[in-house]
Design a binder for this molecule. Structure first.
Ligand code: DGL
Length: 278
């Protein structure tokens, strides 16, 4: 009896400096269950959020190019890192012939829904100071008050959470203090009501952030928008087309202890095995 070949499934690689891109992967898997997903964490270059722009560009390009040389059936590249996307997308798009999807701060949708015209931006220090981010605010939220908080410590908290370590609520409170002030001290019609999670690590802490700031604050992340963008490309490309049942992996750029510490979390994101990028 001859076996009927399964249709080719697009292979998508989700890339971040650390575990943050898993928040994008979750949204993408949900929307595109027929696709094959690999995850690529540059844990050897982590963190990106406090590094100079040229260093982030060089590193992100170098890692993705090394991945493409080793895993040759990738259909769509997703830079699931705001810090890298706001800097490296033009160069990556010039380099790769396949689509490169990026994630940028969701300032436009936040400004569209903010009733009080007061939005917060929570990102890495790098993303907060980038001219790309300032231009987004200027273009889409010029009629809104904005409060921007850049925090590398919050990125670390998300990394720790995925390693099954408790999230320090005092530390979280200290990081979120300027947003808490903006959301509580003014009378209702004037206070902050919408917060952009402009670092892919932060949706992994959405429940904890919501608990500190209160249910009246709308948290906006880029997960479903990126999933829709990936879907757009899956409908327009011809997959390279390896067997859709071939396993995919969570890839890292540096060996343990990071990887061993994540072994309890990774299966929930669909990965039972990891690999090291050479
Ligand atoms: N997850 C990354 C982002 O979206 C950055 C984390 C870091 O490496 O600092 O910006």
């Amino acid at each position: 009896m001859s076996e009927t070949a399964l249709p080719a499934a697009p292979h998508i690689v989700i890339f971040d400096s650390g575990v943050g891109g898993l928040s994008i992967l979750q949204a993408a898997r949900q929307q595109l269950p027929h696709c094959r997903f690999s995850y690529l964490s540059d844990n050897g270059g982590f963190p990106y959020g406090n590094k100079p722009a040229n260093q982030v560009i060089e590193r992100a390009c170098q890692v993705l190019e090394a991945f493409a040389a080793q895993v040759q059936d990738v259909d769509i590249y997703v830079v699931a890192c705001n810090t890298a996307s706001t800097l490296a997308l033009p160069r990556l798009r010039r380099h790769f012939t396949r689509p490169v999807v990026g994630v940028v701060p969701a300032i436009k949708p936040a400004a569209e829904i903010s009733k009080n015209r007061y939005i917060g931006l929570l990102a890495t220090p790098g993303t907060v100071k980038r001219s790309y981010t300032k231009r987004l605010i200027q273009e889409f939220a010029h009629d809104c008050q904005t409060v921007c908080v850049g925090s590398s410590a919050l990125v670390e908290l998300a990394e720790r959470k995925l390693r099954q370590r408790p999230v320090d609520s005092q530390e979280l409170l200290a990081i979120l203090a300027p947003l808490l002030t903006a959301s509580k001290t003014n009378p209702t019609p004037d206070r902050l009501d919408t917060l952009v999670l402009a670092c892919t690590h932060f949706p992994l802490l959405a429940a904890e952030i919501q608990q500190v700031l209160g249910e009246h604050i709308r948290l906006i992340d880029s997960g479903s928008a990126i999933a829709r963008r990936i879907e757009y490309w899956t409908e327009r490309i011809e997959p390279i087309g390896l067997d859709p049942k071939l396993p995919t992996y969570a890839w890292f750029t540096k060996t343990a202890p990071e990887i061993a510490e994540l072994s309890a979390a990774l299966p929930a994101f669909g990965f039972s095995e990891s690999r090291i990028l050479r």
